[in-house]
Design a protein around this ligand. Structure first.
Ligand SMILES: C[S@@+](CC[C@H](N)C(=O)[O-])C[C@H]1O[C@@H](n2cnc3c(N)ncnc32)[C@H](O)[C@@H]1O
Length: 357
């Protein structure tokens, strides 16, 4: 190979890398998909099929297409030209396709529909908890500079305060929590010998899906869930009678003291070290000498994604942590790590007990 050919090959290689980086850095496609979901385009263009060109003059294909998009734009109350541009990019992506005078959702695009059952719609829609929070990523630089979440910079208060003020965001968040573990619940139930315990206190238990499954599999255990919002947990526990209660409260305040297991399931990664210490102090204060602290989290170095690290930072000011980082957090509270159990996804169960006195 001549020198020029080698130089050309290197140059092309660089060009590919530059193109790849440019694609990785692009904001256009993620936002186009999110706006499509927010406008309900995948559902609208699937449910009704192609938009009819009822107001279009039959003689001109070009004006028929324009009228079709105009029809949809009027229905959605958006600008017709801008909608055409969006549909054009969604066509490039394969999310919609031309169909006669209009557009229809492809099988690929149907994954974005509200009833697709994959959780995507709930993650991407601008007016759901996660979709709204992700928009704070435009202020990632603020988070990197300060170590603070970007969410309050954009919305004026923290994520949890927004959820308390806007019930539809809270509902979307609880749906997300339920969806993300529903297939893995049997593995969590298997991963720990829950039958050792008489009473589990689920600290920040959310909808309580794991707890309900643990109690269903272990008829002698009872439980107490504490969270800022407990409506979904109370519904979840309806069939468990008086074995399970859910009370509204904060884990920065005293916790029920009669548990022999305290569960922190996907809690600590939402918080910075200082807040984690406050939560751990509340757990330890409530724990008897023999009680256990069960922490379930994605573990840095054991599969936790770097992407999720940044999500935790921007949304909450939190982060994923390694086993050693959890030990370091727990140590000042007199907690000793006694076991690490990998569950099927990137999460592990870390079990702590108090140092024997
Ligand atoms: C990531 S979710 C985890 C929910 C549940 N443990 C699960 O994994 O399905 C975090 C939970 O912490 C709760 N939370 C946030 N701040 C809280 C506080 N100060 N006191 C009690 N719960 C709180 C939220 O309401 C939410 O349900």
């Amino acid at each position: 190979m001549g020198l020029l050919a080698v130089a050309g090959w290197i140059y092309m290689g660089n060009e590919d890398e530059v193109r790849t980086l440019r694609q990785m850095a692009g904001l256009v496609t993620p936002m186009a998909l999110r706006v499509a979901v927010t406008l309900g385009l995948p559902d609208r263009l699937r449910a009704a099929g192609p938009v009819p060109a009822d107001s279009a003059p039959a003689s001109s294909a070009a004006s028929s297409e324009a009228a079709t998009v105009a029809h949809l734009a009027a229905e959605l109350d958006v600008d017709p030209t801008a909608l055409e541009l969006l549909l054009g990019h969604l066509t490039t992506l394969g999310v919609v396709e031309r169909a006669g005078p209009g557009y229809r959702t492809t099988d690929f695009g149907a994954h974005l529909c509200a009833d697709a059952g994959n959780g995507l719609h709930n993650l991407l829609h601008h007016d759901t908890a996660a979709g709204r929070a992700d928009l704070a990523f435009v202020d990632l630089a603020h988070s990197v500079r300060t170590g603070e979440p970007a969410y309050p910079l954009r919305y004026g208060q923290d994520f949890w305060a927004d959820l308390a003020d806007q019930p539809h965001l809270r509902e979307a968040f609880d749906r997300q929590m339920t969806w993300r573990i529903k297939d893995r619940i049997p593995q969590y139930v298997e991963a720990v010998d829950w039958s050792r315990f008489n009473k589990i206190v689920d600290v920040g238990g959310g909808p309580g899906d794991l707890l309900a499954a643990v109690l269903a599999a272990n008829p002698d255990i009872c439980a107490h869930l504490v969270d800022l919002e407990v409506g979904p947990a109370q519904q979840n526990f309806a069939e468990l009678g008086d074995r399970a209660e859910a009370t509204q409260g904060s884990f920065f305040a005293p916790l029920p003291a009669d548990g022999d297991a305290y569960l922190l399931f996907n809690i600590l990664h939402d918080w910075d070290d200082e807040q984690c210490h406050r939560i751990l102090a509340r757990c330890v204060e409530a724990m008897s000498a023999t009680a256990r602290l069960i922490v379930v989290e994605s573990i840095r170095g054991m599969g936790a994604s770097t992407e999720m690290d940044l999500v935790m930072l921007v949304h909450f000011g939190g982060q994923e942590r390694s086993v050693q980082e959890f030990e370091k957090l727990a140590e000042p509270h007199g907690l000793r790590l006694t076991g690490v159990t990998e569950v099927a996804d990137d999460r592990c169960v870390l079990e702590f007990r108090k140092h024997p006195i």
